[in-house]
Design a protein around this ligand. Structure first.
Ligand SMILES: Nc1ncnc2c1ncn2[C@@H]1O[C@H](COP(=O)(O)OP(=O)(O)OP(=O)(O)O)[C@@H](O)[C@H]1O
Ligand SMILES: [Mg+2]
Length: 346
């Protein structure tokens, strides 16, 4: 591992860059603000990350805020490249030695999208590019020893996708990826408030409700309420209302159940010896969604195993991505040297 190698978690909602030994060195939302009055025939990027997020809802019509990695897939190649270049340059401006870069990409991306990511990382100055699957990176960054012949289960709940995998001997044995993650929780909370209270709320308000008020089980000790502001669908005027944990139970529970079913299906397909290991080692929950109140307890009940939250659920994927650069000889699957012209796959 060289001193300037970096790992990038190319997340649907957040891009995190980490370095082994230093931890996370950049954490920015995966968003760009573009001026749609085309310059030279294409949209012009005004800002990326935090700067772009601050513009949301406060810009003239010709400026749009776009998440180019929406729902776990790269919906806009050009803007994704622009994001990667800007962030890598932020971290690497004026350094003489080009870095080796490992990138954790969304599980569902296609070959063409992968090529676009590799191209962007090379354009941003990488000497070598590696791609790594999210559950492998999440496990490494959470301190799980996946190099031994011992099964571990990872459930990574991000913004766009939930990635579930059983890992052993440095690679994936069984895995799945479902598009039930943080963004869908926000959408369903927003819709539920609309139907139940006839009030339209914004996406960020829905996300705040999810983080602070929602709970995926009915717990005696957890009853929160939050005052939210929106627009009444009846009068068309501004409205405020108090939303409680009980009000959100129905949509939140329905989605948690889908995650539980997907995890159950992976366990059903896991060879018995490894399933036994998972029973003994428990399940590691990672990604921002791991912080949803009541989720570890719910999954533990559903899967009949111990479920623990990663010591650093938000940064673990970036940390693990940076770590994989020193483990390139021992990782069996879910890791590849993607440097153009080399193509060592495994
Ligand atoms: N305390 C919390 N409770 C519930 N959800 C949370 C909490 N904190 C963050 N989240 C959610 O976690 C999600 C972001 O997680 P993360 O940063 O792991 O996603 P990502 O890596 O960008 O996405 P993906 O892995 O799908 O590409 C968002 O939907 C966010 O609302
Ligand atoms: Mg992620």
């Amino acid at each position: 591992m060289a001193f300037n190698d970096i790992g990038i978690d190319l997340g649907t909602t957040t891009i995190i860059i980490a370095q082994e030994g230093k931890g996370a060195i950049l954490n920015q939302p995966s968003i760009v603000a573009v001026d749609t009055r085309k310059k030279g025939g294409r949209d012009y990027v005004l800002a990326a990350g935090d700067e772009a997020l601050a513009m949301v809802g406060r810009t003239p019509n010709y400026i749009s805020a776009i998440f180019p990695l929406k729902d776990g897939v790269i919906s806009d190649h050009t803007l994704t490249k622009e994001l990667i270049c800007r962030f890598v340059n932020k971290v690497y401006a004026n350094r003489p030695v080009k870095p080796r870069v490992a990138v954790c990409v969304p599980a569902a991306i296609t070959g063409i999208e992968r090529d676009a990511v590799i191209e962007a990382v090379v354009a941003a100055g990488a000497r070598k590019v590696y791609l790594i699957d999210e559950p492998v990176a999440a496990a490494l960054g959470s301190g799980v020893d996946i190099l031994q012949p011992d099964g571990h289960m990872i459930i990574d709940i991000g913004g766009g996708t939930t990635d579930i995998a059983v890992l052993s001997l440095g690679g994936k044995v069984k895995s799945t990826s479902v598009q039930v993650a943080g963004n869908i929780f926000d959408d369903e909370i927003l819709k539920h408030i609309r139907t139940k209270f006839n009030v339209a709320i914004g996406q960020r308000t829905a996300e705040n409700l999810k983080k602070q008020v929602a709970c995926c089980r009915q717990r005696e000790d957890f009853h929160e309420t939050m005052e939210v502001k929106g627009r009444s669908l009846i009068t068309g005027l501004p409205a405020r209302l108090n939303v409680s944990t009980d009000d959100l139970y129905e949509p939140v529970m329905a989605l948690c159940e889908k995650i539980g079913v997907a995890a159950h299906q992976v366990l059903e397909r896991t060879p018995p010896e490894l399933a036994g290991d998972v029973y003994r080692n428990g399940v590691m929950l990672t990604g921002g969604g791991a912080l949803l109140h009541g989720l570890p307890e719910y999954l533990s009940e559903k899967l009949k195993v111990k479920v623990v939250v990663s010591p650093d659920p938000i940064n673990c994927v970036a940390l693990g991505t940076a770590m994989c650069l020193s483990l390139d000889d021992v990782l069996e699957t879910g890791f590849q040297d993607a440097t153009p012209g080399i193509g060592k796959f495994h």
